[in-house]
Design a protein around this ligand. Structure first.
Ligand SMILES: [Zn+2]
Length: 244
């Protein structure tokens, strides 16, 4: 069953503990990390758009140990062992996907994508907590992501253990014509999200967030924005969307 859902940014600059900027975001992510652990998850499911990507399929990472690639080595070892709960979660998800003809492709790799690696580190998710990653599809529409998320809802609600879902991603700087991501989240506006995602410059948060919104359909969303900041590249939004 679903126990917790949040959105956090994953800019690697946030890994520099001593950096002065984006303190609000750091504090917001710390709050989310605390809420996440308080929700007592048995499995963490990360939705990321930076994972190995197949244009027409979603990716399900099927491995026994994640570790972050060379680009993140300077931040120390970032790894997460896939303990039995996650293996069980993945095996069941794999057969659910087959039974429902979901375009979910299983991939064996130990490389942790930057979105997932930074989320694990920033949220201080312990190595002992099983983690699974689903990568979004680059070619499928935002609506397709929502429908796939809605299919995943059935699976997660029927899974006997507690599942927390973390969306990782950032939005580009918004023009005046577009409501900022935090406003979209606060309004819980699906149509506005679709409009945002259909822009030519696509954000890395749009597809994972659409998967998540599909998954949350029918749940009482709380949508607490903990931080809404910019750095030189992106808009960083940190928010809790659901807490059981
Ligand atoms: Zn990104």
């Amino acid at each position: 069953m679903l126990c917790f859902t949040a959105v956090i940014p994953h800019d690697t600059d946030l890994l520099h503990e001593s950096a002065a900027e984006n303190q609000l975001t750091r504090r917001g992510i710390a709050v989310v990390g605390g809420e996440l652990m308080a929700s007592k998850p048995d499995v963490i499911l990360i939705l990321s758009s930076h994972a190995e990507n197949f244009s027409d399929q979603y990716t399900l990472f099927f491995n026994t140990l994640f570790s972050a690639g060379a680009a993140l080595k300077k931040f120390g070892v970032i790894s997460n062992a896939m303990r039995p709960a996650a293996v069980c979660f993945l095996a069941k998800l794999q057969s659910f996907a087959r039974a429902h003809a979901l375009p979910l492709r299983s991939v064996q790799t130990t490389a942790l994508d930057v979105g997932s690696a930074v989320a694990l580190r920033l949220l201080k998710i312990p190595d002992t907590l099983p983690t699974a990653v689903i990568g979004s599809s680059s070619a499928r529409s935002i609506l397709d992501h929502m429908e796939t998320g809605y299919s995943l809802k059935d699976f997660i609600q029927n899974f006997p253990q507690r599942v927390a879902v973390i969306v990782t991603g950032e939005s580009e700087h918004n023009t005046d014509a577009e409501p900022p991501l935090a406003t979209l989240l606060a309004r819980r506006s699906v149509s506005a999200l679709i409009a945002l995602a259909d822009r030519q410059v696509r954000d890395c948060v749009s597809h994972p967030l659409a998967l998540c919104y599909g998954l949350l359909r029918g749940f009482p969303l709380v949508t607490r924005i903990h931080a809404d900041e910019h750095n030189t590249r992106s808009a960083l939004v940190t928010a809790t969307l659901f807490s059981a």
